[in-house]
Design a protein around this ligand. Structure first.
Ligand code: SF4
Ligand code: SF4
Length: 372
């Protein structure tokens, strides 16, 4: 295992962190998963008040396994809602469920909208007081929000770390990563395997392009080669899925330039004049369609056969509230507002309708607590 300083928290975290959202089927599964993670050298576990029984099971597991409190770091997340007294009671409940006296890291769970950041501003004295009382040591936030909101949240100087989406196949948040580094924030990446492209089950074509690495290894290495990034979450459903590729760290010093070029070439050849370059200049859309995200999914499906991932994410539009915003592409009214803003001169409505028909599924997206 490698360890990195988690920004200004000064915690020395393993570069992989155990996310406990999926290992919830029963206490025994969680116990085996935690034991396996510790045996691999992982010293940071993440949970959340919103993850069902996760905190309760985790608290019991850590007690049963008999690890010293100082030998691991715990992060839990609480949503920015309600009165300050509620937040205090939520935090106290988390500590009681986890059977600990303090959290190493407390994250505001989901600064996804401006009102969430306003909630933090309004409740800042309360948060400071909870920290002064020793209930937690470092404050950060997780986010699925737009880049300008993430940037503003980082700029407030309220936070010591950020937990966000950023992957080889989604690099739009790069400016936030650099900004976090300039402010010495710890950077914790959400689920590179699943949210990074369902890379545990990647299509054969993608596996062929990234050889000799697997697509998941490539994504891990892409993230770990970046000194701005502190730790990546792994969210296994059980101990068998708690896998870190054995030669991963040895490969960090190798160049991956050739693979990146092959991926780029494949993207350019497959999409041709229909390639969305993810500049985000087409927004806003009066029908609230997240044009760049729909077209990113279309890019990935056409270039790398990542249709399953695209369908999974597309199904979340209109089904996941502020965790995944925007309407489905079929709502495009063809008003034309976005067209002059696109430097690639893409026929956006036509590409959106095509994406909708490729990705539409009968069933809705995942439940909110499954989101990160
Ligand atoms: S043409 Fe469609 S996608 Fe473009 S701004 Fe109008 S409604 Fe939105
Ligand atoms: S402006 Fe054009 S290239 Fe840029 S994100 Fe929008 S659709 Fe894609």
């Amino acid at each position: 295992m490698l360890y990195r300083r988690f920004g200004q928290t000064d915690l020395n975290l393993s570069v992989f962190s155990l996310g406990t959202m999926r290992a919830l089927s029963d206490p025994q599964t969680l116990a085996q998963t935690v034991a396996k993670a510790f045996s691999l050298g992982i010293n940071h576990i993440e949970t959340a008040r919103a993850y069902g029984n996760s905190q309760v099971y985790l608290g019991q597991t850590l007690k049963d396994l008999g690890y010293q409190r100082e030998s691991f770091y715990l992060t839990s997340k609480i949503s920015p809602v309600g009165e300050s007294s509620k937040f205090r009671s939520f935090l106290e409940e988390s500590l009681a469920q986890l059977q600990i006296d303090y959290l190493d890291c407390l994250a505001i769970h989901g600064i996804n909208q401006w009102q969430h950041l306003e909630w933090v501003s309004q409740n800042w004295p309360m948060l400071e007081s909870l920290r002064a009382e020793g209930l937690f040591r470092h404050l950060g936030f997780s986010t699925h929000g737009p880049l300008d909101l993430i940037s503003c949240a980082i700029d407030t100087d309220y936070f010591s770390f950020v937990n966000l989406h950023y992957y080889y196949f989604f690099q739009h948040n790069r400016p936030a990563i650099l900004q976090a580094q300039s402010k010495d924030l710890g950077v914790f990446i959400i689920s590179p395997a699943d949210k990074g492209g369902m890379l545990h089950q990647s299509p054969e074509l993608l596996q062929h392009i990234t050889k000799p690495l697997s697509p998941l290894e490539l994504n891990y290495l892409f993230l770990l080669e970046d000194p701005c990034i502190s730790t990546l979450s792994i969210g296994p459903a059980n101990s068998q899925e708690m896998i870190i590729p054995s030669s991963l760290f040895e490969q960090l010093t190798n160049s991956r330039q050739e693979i990146y070029e092959q991926l780029n070439n494949r993207m350019n050849e497959s999409l041709g004049s229909e390639l969305c370059k993810q500049c985000y200049q087409c927004l806003p859309c009066p029908e609230d369609i997240n044009i760049p995200e729909v077209l990113r999914l279309r890019n990935l499906a056409l270039a790398y056969n990542m249709d399953r991932f695209a369908q999974y994410r597309y199904a979340m539009f209109e089904n996941a509230g502020h965790w995944f915003t925007g309407k489905k592409a079929i709502n495009c009214s063809e008003c034309g507002d976005c067209l002059p803003r696109c430097p690639e001169r893409l026929n956006i409505p036509s590409l959106l309708f095509d994406a909708h028909h490729r990705f539409v599924q009968d069933k809705g997206g995942r439940r909110l607590w499954q989101e990160d």
